[in-house]
Every structure is written in structure tokens, then in C-alpha cells.
Design a protein around this ligand. Structure first.
Ligand code: CA
Length: 208
């Protein structure tokens, strides 16, 4: 394997939680969502699973608009009830040096916590598959597993408002065009384990 600038970033995951939450999504340790981030012009593609008919769809993730209450399907993206999760891709349209990927969710109970695998790719690997289906391990198809996010490790099944910031110890996660999210239901005791994702921000690293 050819070493690349992207191979050594030490990834950190910061999880913050507001038990009640407010419409401002302010956290102590995670940035507040922003409107004009690198994801704002990105294009989403669903690869595995299906959108819940009550969800607003991908627009919820990068329109910069936030839910105004804790249980607002029309302001969130979430996979269909009873499903185990989904896989979706964000195409940023060009290579971007990413400093943070920040994800936000809000729900009073089991649809609050976030569980997902985050992959990234610059699309340069000859083996690259841009739209890996559920039978493809992305790491065999030109994608790098950046990290696994699981807020339950810190806050269990608690509902509320969550902010997660995926960043790198050296300030750069790497230069990527594509991000892939493999989301996992937070519980399977009932049909209501798919997270209400309110916004996903991609922050470009400021030039030195
Ligand atoms: Ca945004």
C-alpha cells in the first residue's frame, strides 16, 4: 500500500449531550451547527436502507436548519422504522482538507444517541467504488474507516440532544471528496432505534 498524507491522521471523537436540548444546539465541548460549511453544497446519495416516510430527507442534514423541538420528524433525517440502519454518501464535489465532521441529533429517547461508522475517500484508489452497496466492505473499495462513533459508550441510551465532533489531533482529517456514513440503530428492542439526525457539518481546514 502506498503511504499517503491521509494515512496517519489521529482521529478524535468528542461527544457532548444536553439532556433537554434547545433550538440553538449549543454545547460545551462541540461546536454549534453552522450553515455555510463544506457540506452545504454537497450531494447525498442513499446506498443501503430507506428513508422513513415521515422524515424530511437528506435536506435536513445540510440545510443549516435545526429542529425547534425534541421530536420533530419533519426536520430530521432518519432511516425507516424497524430497520437496522442505513448507508449514505456525501459527495463534497471536490477535494477538501477536512478539519472536522460534526453530527447532531435530537430526540427524547432512543432516537437521540448516535451510532455510525464514518468512512472517507479521495476517490483516487484504482479500486475505488463510489457507491458501495451493503455487500461491499468500503475498506476494500478505496475508502478509509476514519472512526466509529457510539455515543452510548458515554451516555448509554439516554435521549436528549447530541453533538459529536470527529476531528484529528493534528488539525486535519485529510483531503477527501467523499464521506460515507454507515448508521446503526441504537437499539432493536422495538422499531424506534434509528437516530433523528438533525444536521451534519463538514468543516474545511482554514489555510495556514
Ligand atoms: Ca450545515
Amino acid at each position: 500500500m502506498t503511504p499517503s498524507l491521509n494515512s496517519n491522521a489521529q482521529v478524535t471523537v468528542t461527544i457532548d449531550h444536553n439532556p433537554a436540548g434547545t433550538r440553538t444546539f449549543n454545547f460545551n465541548r462541540v461546536p454549534t451547527p453552522v450553515k455555510d460549511d463544506a457540506a452545504a453544497q454537497g450531494k447525498w446519495l442513499l446506498l443501503v436502507g430507506e428513508l422513513d416516510p415521515n422524515a424530511v430527507g437528506f435536506a435536513a442534514l445540510n440545510d443549516g436548519l435545526l429542529p425547534t423541538n425534541q421530536d420533530q420528524p419533519s426536520a430530521n433525517f432518519f432511516s425507516s422504522a424497524g430497520s437496522s440502519g442505513g448507508r449514505f454518501r456525501l459527495d463534497l464535489g471536490k477535494l477538501i482538507e477536512i478539519s472536522q465532521v460534526n453530527s447532531y441529533s435530537w430526540h427524547p429517547n432512543s432516537r437521540g444517541p448516535q451510532v455510525y461508522l464514518l468512512y472517507a475517500s479521495d476517490g483516487a484508489d484504482p479500486k475505488f467504488i463510489a457507491d458501495p452497496n451493503g455487500y461491499v466492505d468500503p475498506t476494500t473499495a478505496g475508502w478509509k474507516l476514519l472512526t466509529i462513533v457510539d455515543t452510548r459508550e458515554k451516555f448509554g441510551r439516554m435521549g436528549g440532544q447530541y453533538g459529536v465532533s470527529v476531528a484529528a489531533a493534528n488539525g486535519s482529517l485529510g483531503k477527501y471528496r467523499y464521506l460515507l456514513f454507515d448508521t446503526v440503530a441504537t437499539e432493536t428492542d422495538d422499531d424506534w432505534g434509528n437516530t433523528f439526525y438533525s444536521e451534519i457539518d463538514v468543516i474545511e481546514r482554514a489555510p495556514n
